[in-house]
Design a protein. Structure first.
Length: 145
């Protein structure tokens, strides 16, 4: 709304300046300035829309930090096939394979899902637990085998 107000004010000021000075070139100059301002603000919106449409990692989430955090959890031996994407402009999802060794799988999953939501804003986590490394071509998280 502030941008719309600024555009309206620029148009009115240009009109007043044209009436006061007779400089008709102010009209196309104001139109070019307003167009540039619209293009500048639209670029951020377009970039965010493309990231959302292409299931890119949301800008507010550091994929490397999430991978490192998952790898640091007790019992986690390997992290692979990590995917993070936006469900909407305010909600994110995660899918990951973890090689994990521990006693209470349900408690581990509940804890990790809850802490992912708290620490990274990832509201929907799908976590596949394995007790042995992947036998087929899984995508390793960079820096990990």
């Amino acid at each position: 709304m502030a941008a719309d107000t600024a555009v309206s004010v620029a148009v009115v000021l240009a009109a007043v300046a044209i009436m006061a000075t007779g400089w008709h070139w102010l009209d196309p100059a104001a139109a070019i300035a307003v167009s540039a301002a619209i293009a500048w603000t639209a670029w951020d919106l377009l970039r965010d829309a493309l990231r959302l449409e292409l299931d890119g990692v949301p800008a507010a989430i550091d994929r490397r930090a999430v991978a490192d955090w998952l790898a640091a959890q007790e019992g986690v031996r390997d992290v692979h096939d990590l995917h993070i994407w936006a469900l909407s402009t305010t909600r994110a999802a995660l899918a990951v394979h973890l090689v994990w060794q521990g006693e209470d799988r349900d408690a581990f999953l509940d804890c990790v899902a809850h802490r992912l939501a708290e620490e990274f804003g990832i509201a929907h986590a799908t976590i596949q637990i394995k007790s042995a490394p992947c036998d087929f071509a899984c995508e390793p998280v960079a820096g990990r085998a």
